[in-house]
Design a protein around this ligand. Structure first.
Ligand code: PLP
Length: 397
């Protein structure tokens, strides 16, 4: 093991005993380059971050231009910073009416924390409802609404008054009642192994929230920015949430989160008490310019449409006796093999052949397909033949 790998293991805090540990020296488009001279077709995209590909020239240029102007000047919300204002204005123009006031934070989990605080303030209620098998982030509030006991049991006590319902299950909707401040839901569950609910359930969920005065919060941290074949996943269901939570691809490859609500509601954070949510680095100008540039690229290059088409191609090509199901929308796909060991063999087999894949933490029997949305049909075909060959080798077909 060389000195860099030694220092990686010894001095960089680790989160798992088995990191992939690719030694990255560069990345562009759909490819990651490593020190040993290899290149990998990236089917992970930094876990649904690099939607416009690695280092898109327009995003890189926007970052460089902003570096020549200013970086951090003051914590969020005090100065008029054009990068923040332009990005917020653009997002509001793209989103349905009622989602017009944007609060930028640092990550998806912080955005969920802040959305919970805002929901409590708007409704004056305390109870929260979330879904079994959901994932909303690693901080205590987000963990509290995460429906995965394995991630929670070493961290209790968590938030009280959190109740879980079955995703896409009608029977439990009456657990949402007049005590409920908010129902937080991923419109398509990600970490659960990509679970797509019916439009009927989403609309029933919206109707129930409206009937009892509970707020509907969509966590689109993973589904946002074209990943599912539409700019935002809410468009699949004809449902508008009261609060929208964004992250991952939002910052064009730089760290950023946001929660978005109606102006009058968001304004409640400014008084009684003031500074209802505060953050030093939220809305930093670099992720703002990168995110705005990435959003323009996403729309100009029609990447949501490409995601829908390439997603269909993956589903068409990934046919093998060992594949139980390919689930999902656009380029948010899960390939379910029904066997966690087989998933490990296939992911590692693909890695040897230059295709980077990753499994789901909460659904180890499946691996994810979530490449940059710029991927083309030749790259999809190449990825699929490598996946199918790895499956052949692992199953002896
Ligand atoms: N919400 C969803 C749906 C996610 O998939 C994730 C991360 O995977 C988060 C929230 C947390 O985002 P972050 O890791 O930026 O805190």
């Amino acid at each position: 093991m060389d000195a860099l790998h030694n220092a990686f293991e010894r001095h960089l805090a680790q989160t798992s005993p088995y990191p992939i540990a690719l030694d990255v020296v560069g990345a562009d488009g759909c490819y990651i380059h490593t020190r040993d001279g290899r290149r990998y077709l990236d089917l992970v995209a930094g876990l649904a971050v690099n939607n416009t590909g690695h280092r898109h020239p327009k995003v890189v240029q926007a970052i460089k231009d902003q570096c020549d102007r200013y970086l951090h000047v003051i914590p969020y919300g005090e100065f008029v910073q054009a990068p923040q204002v332009h990005f917020a204005e653009r997002l509001a123009a793209l989103l349905p009416p009622g989602l017009d006031s944007v609060y930028f934070v640092n990550s998806g989990t912080e955005a969920n924390e802040a959305a919970i605080k805002l929901a409590k303030r708007i409704t004056g209620r305390t109870a929260l409802v979330a879904c079994h098998k959901s994932y909303h982030g690693g901080t205590h509030g987000s963990l509290s609404i995460t429906g995965n006991e394995a991630k929670k049991y070493r961290n209790r006590p968590l938030l009280p008054d959190v109740h879980f319902i079955t995703f896409n299950g009608h029977a439990e909707l009456d657990r949402i009642d007049t005590r409920t401040a908010a129902v937080i839901v991923e419109p398509i569950q990600g970490d659960a192994g990509v679970r797509v609910p019916t439009m009927e359930w989403m609309q029933a969920l919206r109707a129930r929230c409206t009937a009892v005065g509970a707020l509907l919060v969509f966590d689109e941290v993973q589904t946002g920015f074209g990943r599912t074949g539409r700019p935002f996943a809410l468009e699949h269901f004809g449902v508008v949430p009261d609060i929208l939570v964004l992250g991952k691809a939002l910052g064009g490859g730089l760290p950023m989160g946001a929660f978005i609500a109606a102006y009058d509601r968001m304004h409640l954070l400014t008084h009684d008490p003031v500074l209802g949510h505060i953050t030093t680095f939220g809305g930093h100008p670099l992720p703002c310019v990168a995110g705005l540039a990435a959003l323009e690229v996403l729309l100009d290059e029609r990447l949501p449409e490409n995601a829908a088409a390439m997603g269909r191609l993956f589903k068409e090509l990934l046919v093998h006796p060992a594949i139980h199901e390919v689930r999902g929308e656009g380029l948010m796909l899960a390939v379910d093999l029904g066997d966690a060991d087989l998933v490990q063999q296939v992911v590692h087999g693909c890695l040897e052949e230059g295709v980077l894949g990753f499994w789901f933490l909460s659904c180890p029997t499946a691996f994810r397909i979530a490449p940059p949305l710029t991927i083309n049909s030749e790259e999809v075909s190449k990825a699929c033949s490598i996946i199918l060959a790895a499956l052949d080798r692992a199953t002896g077909h």
